[in-house]
Design a protein around this ligand. Structure first.
Ligand code: CAA
Length: 419
């Protein structure tokens, strides 16, 4: 394995749009009928433009690019997104650009491909992620997203296949460890509370209190038809159906020299993990075993342990997943993820702040963008760019965990703040 070092020079996220975001054009918006929400190509271009503006680099120096996307063909009738990335800025024409797909870990896979390119000799690489989902109803979208499960076997669990699969996990997890609805509801309260401080978060204008998050009500209904799992997933337990894009620049040490930048402008990626489990089988619903495997690999590569982590971005596709992620990362013992939320340990002011911008529940989940957004967020926190949700002391070591499907593909990154 090449020992070339890989750095994140910087990146940016678009406004994550969808129902609940004040900028989203929807029935009651004053611009309804006058203008439309950005398309897939507009979201991708916006993310790339924002990334170039943030880093101030000369785009002609980009040598290759990767874009994570799950189902552009279904939501936007558009595939071939490597060519879409090449078309998102005139300076990218004719450069090698490739799309990566691994369900909700598509963005994480784009990161890994970008790193491999640097390790193999490239010096400046663009990594992007994008998804647009709001042009279909949540019910139709759920059928598209169900392609991240084993469709032939799991689609029939419910029209909302993924909420039902995580209803299954919630039921099993609560029964195994005696975890309450309130324990899990705290993940939603934290997610919305952090999103309220983040000007790009899908749910920045929506409030969530523990009374609402901890029990179903007219305001926060359950919605599955599957009678066994329906009681275990409410609206507030779900990540959002968001549109959005994220992009960042990876560089080698030589790339830094070419761009006239210093290592201290960057964060280093010091370890990664990538694990994939069979699509055709289910595993123990109370544990994220594929994720735990990828975390172990990444910690080993970085030479760190759970106690060293100072900030994290985890894949809270549903509230219960956040608790299970803490456990897969070794931050909490099995069944004790909820303790961290109760103690405030993962709050912005806590010992290990997690999902400071709101995570998938609060910031939103434009599927293909999420894995890239997580890395952008770690970089932003380490460089003091998070404004109202900035953590007080600069984190030295950060971890991102991006999960595809029902814990089938996981990509983990470990980052070290160089400056
Ligand atoms: N009372 C009872 N039921 C209600 C209700 C109410 N007040 N309001 C809505 N519902 C029910 C209805 O059945 C409704 O469907 P129909 O309108 O088609 O009948 C359904 O809930 C959804 O309602 P909306 O469309 O109005 O809801 P929404 O647009 O606000 O969406 C959500 C809410 C369904 C929870 C949606 O946010 C969602 O689907 N979130 C999850 C997205 C998801 O699964 N992402 C993937 C995560 S998994 C992952 O990350 C890994 C991977 O690889 C995929």
């Amino acid at each position: 394995m090449s020992n070339r070092r890989v750095f994140i020079l910087g990146g940016a996220n678009t406004d994550f749009l969808g129902k609940g975001n004040p900028n989203f054009i929807w029935k009651n918006h004053p611009d309804f009928g006058k203008r439309e929400n950005p398309t897939l190509e507009e979201q991708l271009k916006a993310a790339v433009d924002l990334c170039f503006a943030e880093t101030g680099i000369d785009p002609t120096l980009i040598q290759r690019g990767y874009v994570g996307n799950f189902v552009g063909e279904l939501f936007s009738k558009q595939g071939h997104l490597g060519a879409a990335l090449a078309g998102s800025h005139p300076a990218l024409a004719m450069k090698p650009m490739t799309r990566t797909e691994g369900a909700c870990a598509s963005g994480g896979l784009a990161m890994l491909c970008g790193m491999d390119a640097i390790k193999a000799g490239s010096d400046v690489v663009l990594v992007a992620g994008v998804e647009v989902q709001s042009n279909e109803s949540a019910r139709v979208g759920a059928d598209y997203l169900a392609r991240a499960a084993h469709y032939a076997r799991q689609r029939s669990i419910d029209d909302f296949t993924f909420p039902a699969l995580f209803g299954r996990r919630t039921k099993a997890y609560r029964a195994a460890f005696g975890v309450t609805e309130e324990d899990i509801g705290r993940a939603a309260v934290k997610a919305y509370g952090n999103a309220n401080k983040n000007p790009l978060a899908h749910m920045r204008a929506r409030k969530m209190d523990l009374d609402t998050a901890a029990a179903s009500s007219e305001k926060n209904p359950t919605f599955l038809q599957n009678a066994e799992y329906a009681p275990f997933i409410k609206m507030s337990d779900c990540s959002q159906v968001s549109d959005g894009g994220s992009a960042l620049i990876l560089v080698s040490e030589e790339g830094l020299r070419k761009l006239g930048k210093s290592m201290y402008d960057c964060i280093a990626i010091v370890g990664t993990g990538h694990a994939t489990a069979s699509l055709y089988e289910d595993s123990d619903p109370t544990v994220l075993s594929t994720t735990a495997h990828a975390v172990g690999e990444a910690y080993k590569a970085a030479g760190i342990a759970a106690k060293d982590v100072r900030i994290a971005e985890v894949h809270d596709c549903f509230t219960v997943t956040e608790l299970m992620m803490y456990e897969a990362m070794g931050l909490a013992a099995p069944g004790h993820g909820g303790d961290l939320l109760r103690e405030g340990a993962t709050d912005i002011g806590g010992k290990v702040p997690v999902n400071t911008g709101g995570g998938l529940v609060g910031f939103g989940h434009p599927v293909g963008a999420t894995g890239v957004k997580q890395a952008v967020e770690i970089w932003r926190q380490m460089k003091g760019k998070c404004g109202a949700y900035q953590v007080a002391s600069t984190p030295g070591i950060g971890v991102s965990v991006n999960m595809g499907g029902d814990d089938r593909t996981t990509v983990v990154g470990v980052y070290r703040n160089v400056g």
